[in-house]
Structure formats: structure tokens, C-alpha cells
Design a protein. Structure first.
Length: 301
């Protein structure tokens, strides 16, 4: 595959998306009626995100096979990860712990294989880019304990010359690393510090400057962002919330903190309504997989 001199991502149009099987704690908070996906609305929401992202980058679409039953295929960030530090294009496919997701990784692995990538599946439980974040060079941060195994990172370190800082996830509401960790630049990482031990924080501090956020802000999706060029893309339904509600207070706190961080770093926040994906326990970053991390290779304009 010839490398493009621009940000490149992968998304999926959610024709197979549903909430028929409950596989995370967020889904348990909906009643049987409210959790039903409005498919047309879900497609409009993802298309608004795609439209903006494709105006700033190149976006591939992962095809949904005919008669596909994978309800979570749209959450492509779990499908695997492209290793950024290697010259050879390599894609590591997920090994899903959630039984209803087993098989999604085959679709992703076949896509990247056809794109000319060397493809391998992780032999241990591992749920893709949502669990493994690239910082710079061969340095990554990996989450384990709920959906992914720590052994997966030992395997990657040995096989692909990586240095991975493992962080244990214990909060069922933060069941993937992207709920609590977001690399803002090559040397700055947004981190819900109260979600980790002092020892883990010290390990991250050795390789990056930490921008702290609260666990409350993590639960409302601050770290579930995507950077494209100097924009931070984030999900927010604040316009549809009662200003007197606790949900509004939480969402307002998250948005204020994200905008504060963006302003201090020469960036701008762009919000998207992702209500239909919240029903499946996902937010914006879940729907986007990095084919490269070009935005992190350029200085802030």
C-alpha cells in the first residue's frame, strides 16, 4: 500500500447495527423500548461524522457483507490496529472476548490484506485500537483487564519491537482504554488519572505529559475523541438535554473541559450527535479506526 500524505481513517456504514444482544454495562441502563436502534437516524448520524472527517482526510468504508449479523461492526475501532511505528504496513486483528463479536475481525483482516497489509490476529483477547494507543516512535499505551489480556501486549512487544505501557481497567463503565486515555499530541495525553494507580500514572509520565480529566468526564466521553488535523471530534447530545437535568450538568462539564484543553493547545472542538450509538455502548472514537496517524506528525497551525 502506498502511503498517503494525509490523515487516513476507516469507518463502516451501520446497515447491520442493532442492540439485540446486550454486551456491556451501558446497554443495561436502557429499557427494552428505548434501546431499539432507529436505523435511519443512526445512518444520518454516522454520515454527518463521515462527511466532516472526509473533508479533512481520506476515509475508507469497511464493506458490510450481505446478510451480516454483526450488530457491532460499525464500532470499527475494536476491529484491530495498524501499527504506526513500522515501515511495513501491518494490521493486528482483534481477538474478541464478547462472543457475539467473534468474526468481525475476519472482515477487517480481509480488508487490510486486500489493501496490501501484512495481517496477523492477536492470539490473546485483544479489542483493537480502542485498547491500544500510539504515542510516538514504538511507544504505546495498552489497556487490559476487562476485554483485553495483558499477555497480548507481551506478544506484540516481542514480535513487533514495541514498548507498551500496560494500564489495568477495572471500571465496567470504562471497559476499553479509549474511555480514559486520549493522545492529544505526540507528547501530551489526556488521562482520567483517578482511574489508575499512582504507579501506572508514573509510568505514563515517563513517556508523556499528562493532561488530567476526572472519571466523571471520562464517563461522559471526553476521551472518546478523534483528532483530525487541528480538530477534536467528540460526541455530544447536550442540545437535546434538559438544562435542569444531571445529564446536562455532566455533559456541560465534559464539553467545557474538552474545549479548555483544545484552546490551550491551538485546537478546535467539533461535536456530533451520536445518540443511536450510545444505545450500543459506543461513542465517536468507537466508530473510527486510524489507518495512519498523520495528524500527529504535523505541528499545530
Amino acid at each position: 500500500m502506498k502511503k498517503l500524505n494525509m490523515p487516513v481513517f476507516l469507518m463502516n456504514i451501520p446497515t447491520s447495527y442493532s442492540t439485540d444482544i446486550c454486551n456491556n454495562v451501558w446497554m443495561e441502563e436502557y429499557n427494552k423500548k428505548d434501546i431499539i436502534v432507529n436505523k435511519e437516524k443512526a445512518i444520518r448520524e454516522i454520515w454527518e461524522l463521515y462527511s466532516f472527517l472526509s473533508s479533512q482526510s481520506f476515509v475508507y468504508l469497511l464493506p458490510t457483507p450481505a446478510n451480516c449479523s454483526f450488530q457491532d461492526l460499525v464500532f470499527v475501532a475494536n476491529n484491530g490496529i495498524v501499527l504506526e511505528h513500522l515501515e511495513e504496513p501491518i494490521f493486528i486483528g482483534a481477538n474478541f472476548k464478547a462472543k457475539n463479536r467473534i468474526g468481525e475481525e475476519i472482515i477487517g483482516m480481509n480488508f487490510f490484506k486486500n489493501m496490501g497489509f501484512h495481517v496477523e490476529q492477536c492470539p490473546y483477547f485483544f479489542e483493537g485500537e480502542a485498547e491500544l494507543k500510539h504515542l510516538y516512535d514504538n511507544v504505546y499505551i495498552g489497556g487490559y483487564g476487562i476485554r483485553s489480556q495483558k499477555e497480548s501486549y507481551f506478544w506484540m512487544e516481542e514480535k513487533f519491537n514495541m514498548k507498551i505501557i500496560p494500564l489495568e481497567l477495572t471500571d465496567p463503565y470504562n471497559y476499553h482504554l479509549d474511555c480514559t486515555i486520549f493522545p492529544l499530541t505526540k507528547d501530551k495525553v489526556i488521562m482520567a488519572v483517578d482511574a489508575f494507580t499512582k504507579e501506572e500514572i508514573k509510568e505514563v509520565e515517563k513517556v508523556s505529559d499528562i493532561i488530567p480529566i476526572t472519571v466523571e468526564q471520562a464517563h461522559t466521553g471526553l476521551a472518546n475523541s478523534v483528532r483530525v488535523n487541528n480538530y477534536l471530534l467528540n460526541a455530544s447530545d447536550i442540545d437535546f438535554l434538559s438544562k435542569r437535568s444531571e445529564d446536562y450538568r455532566l455533559e456541560s462539564s465534559k464539553n467545557f473541559r474538552l474545549e479548555q484543553i483544545a484552546g490551550q493547545n491551538g485546537m478546535e472542538v467539533v461535536y456530533f450527535n451520536m445518540e443511536e450509538y450510545m444505545k450500543g455502548g459506543g461513542l465517536l472514537s468507537c466508530c473510527v479506526l486510524h489507518v495512519n496517524r498523520h495528524s500527529y506528525n504535523t505541528d499545530i497551525l
